[in-house]
Design a protein around this ligand. Structure first.
Ligand SMILES: [Zn+2]
Ligand SMILES: [Zn+2]
Length: 127
C-alpha cells in the first residue's frame, strides 16, 4: 500500500481536523481511489453502491455509512455519515454541551487528555 506524500498530508489534515468534524466540508476520497469500502473492505459494484460520508469524506458501503447527522457546514441539514463519524460527532456534541454549560476554568483540568488542537469553541462557533 503506497501512500503519496500528499495523501498522508491530507490524512493528517483530516485527523487533526477531527474536532471540526461536520463543521467543515471534508476532502472527499475520489471515486477512482475508492474501489472498496474504507471500513469493511467490501468491493463496490453496481449493486454495492458507494456512499461518501459527509463528515470525513471516506467512501463507504451503504451498511457502513448508514447514519444521519445534522452537519453545521450543511446549514445543519442531515448528512449521511459513517458510524465512526456519528460516534465522534455525538462525543463532540456532548463535550460541547458540557463546555457550554460549565464554562469555567475548573473544567479544563478534566480535559487534559484532549489534544491541543481540539478547539470546539472555534470550530463550533455559533452564529
Ligand atoms: Zn462497508
Ligand atoms: Zn465518516
Amino acid at each position: 500500500m503506497t501512500v503519496q506524500s500528499q495523501g498522508s498530508l491530507e490524512a493528517r489534515r483530516i485527523s487533526s481536523g477531527e474536532a471540526c468534524l461536520g463543521s467543515v466540508p471534508p476532502i472527499w476520497v475520489p471515486d477512482a481511489v475508492a474501489t472498496h469500502c474504507m471500513n469493511c473492505g467490501v468491493k463496490f459494484s453496481v449493486i454495492k453502491r458507494r456512499h461518501h460520508c459527509r463528515a470525513c469524506g471516506k467512501a463507504l458501503c451503504s451498511s457502513c455509512c448508514n447514519m444521519k447527522f445534522l452537519l453545521p457546514y450543511m446549514d445543519n441539514k442531515e448528512g449521511r455519515v459513517c458510524q465512526v463519524c456519528c460516534n465522534a460527532l455525538l462525543r463532540a456534541q456532548a463535550l460541547l454541551e458540557v463546555t457550554e454549560n460549565q464554562n469555567n476554568e475548573n473544567l479544563t483540568s478534566d480535559f487534559d487528555s484532549v489534544p491541543q488542537d481540539f478547539a470546539p469553541r472555534r470550530c463550533f462557533r455559533r452564529r
